[in-house]
Design a binder for this molecule. Structure first.
Ligand code: ATP
Length: 334
């Protein structure tokens, strides 16, 4: 039986985790879940939002499914998500955005993979208060991390029959830091003549994505732009409720939705579990359970095609009723 860590965060985390666990359970696949809680709710007892036991569990199992964890804005503890990615050296954040059946959006031909560098840039957390009125953050970009993520993006493109990698920077302004990232991408591109290579500035990229998203294939970005542009791509396909993601390292992988903990709807049975479910389906394929993953995806797509949806994508089904509808269809397929 495969052991997988389930990192249960806060906000809508517990509701969507329950939904996805129920669906996987109904598929007949037996997983030995090592359930680890993290986030604001464990601080009182363990004095940290990310206890060592969570990291130790992922190192042991090598794979985790993770629900969101709230990051306090402007104060409080350091982002647990960022800390986890750093400690486990999950250097590649892969966020696919493509149209799902039944969900009406402005475009019906979006199919974009965002590959985001996950360990440095402004997320390194090197900040200081100079005086009461001045603060600064260091944007750290290294050759090592830039070459590593570029290599990942091109290999991903090759393995998945993608045609192009487009590197996205602001190298005309951040000439040294983004300039280094861009040069590493250029250097790497030379080793992959089969893949078309393109360069674009991040502001133009956002405008082009909104006007004509189907011109893009694989986008390669430093950490901050990757975070922002992947939310934009999620918006193109119907919103954060359906946007999946994965954090890949050399020794382990953590699958998690693009969205945050959505505190505004937590505990109301309104959350859309699709983003976590799609992340879990990707995780199943990663561990070689492609057949089960395909069946779950078919049940999900049939449910959406029938117009059964949560409120964030225009439906009126609660999280639990939506889950039951997927399970009903899954039982007919299994
Ligand atoms: P973070 O910075 O932690 O990633 P965020 O600022 O991107 O968080 P979210 O918590 O993702 O914010 O929420 C943004 C909006 O999207 C909120 O209105 C939230 O309710 C909605 N949202 C996010 N995830 C879902 C979901 N699974 N189902 C329904 N609505 C969602």
């Amino acid at each position: 039986m495969k052991s997988i860590t389930l990192i249960k965060g806060d906000g809508i985390g517990p509701e969507i985790a329950e939904s996805v666990l129920e669906i996987i359970d109904s598929s007949g696949l037996v997983i030995d879940w090592d359930i680890q809680t993290a986030g604001a709710d464990v601080i009182a007892k363990e004095q940290t939002p990310l206890p060592d036991r969570v990291i130790e569990s992922v190192i042991k199992t090598g794979i985790a499914l993770k629900t969101p964890i709230t990051t306090p804005i402007g104060k409080g503890f350091r982002s647990v998500n960022v800390q986890l990615r750093k400690e486990l050296d999950l250097y590649a954040n892969v966020r696919p955005s493509y149209n799902l059946p039944g969900i009406k959006t402005c475009y019906d031909n979006v199919d974009i993979i965002v590959v985001r560098e996950n360990t440095e840039d402004l997320y390194a957390g090197i900040e200081r208060q100079i005086d009461e009125n001045t603060a600064e953050s260091i944007k750290r970009i290294t050759r090592f991390a830039s070459l590593r993520i570029a290599d990942f993006a091109f290999n991903y493109a090759l393995r998945n029959n993608r045609k192009e990698v487009c590197v996205v920077t602001k190298a005309n302004i951040c000439k040294l830091s983004d300039g280094l990232f861009l040069n590493c991408a250029r250097e790497t591109a030379k080793r992959f003549p089969q893949i078309n290579f393109r360069e674009i500035l991040v502001d133009n990229c956002c405008m082009q994505l909104v006007q004509n998203p189907n011109q893009f294939d694989v986008l390669l970005l430093p950490n901050l732009y990757g975070d922002i542009v992947s939310d934009l791509c999620a918006g193109l396909i119907g919103g954060l409720g359906i946007a999946q993601g994965a954090n890949i390292g050399t020794d382990c992988a953590v699958f998690e939705p693009v969205h945050g903990s959505a505190p505004d709807i937590a505990g109301q049975n309104k959350a859309n579990p699709t983003a976590l479910l799609m992340s879990a389906i990707e995780m199943l394929s990663y561990i070689g359970e492609n057949d089960i993953g395909y069946k779950i995806k078919t049940a999900l797509f049939e449910t959406l095609r029938a117009g059964i949806m949560t409120p964030d994508i225009g439906g009126n089904y609660s999280c639990s009723k939506f889950t039951n509808e997927i399970i009903k269809r899954l039982r007919c397929i299994i």
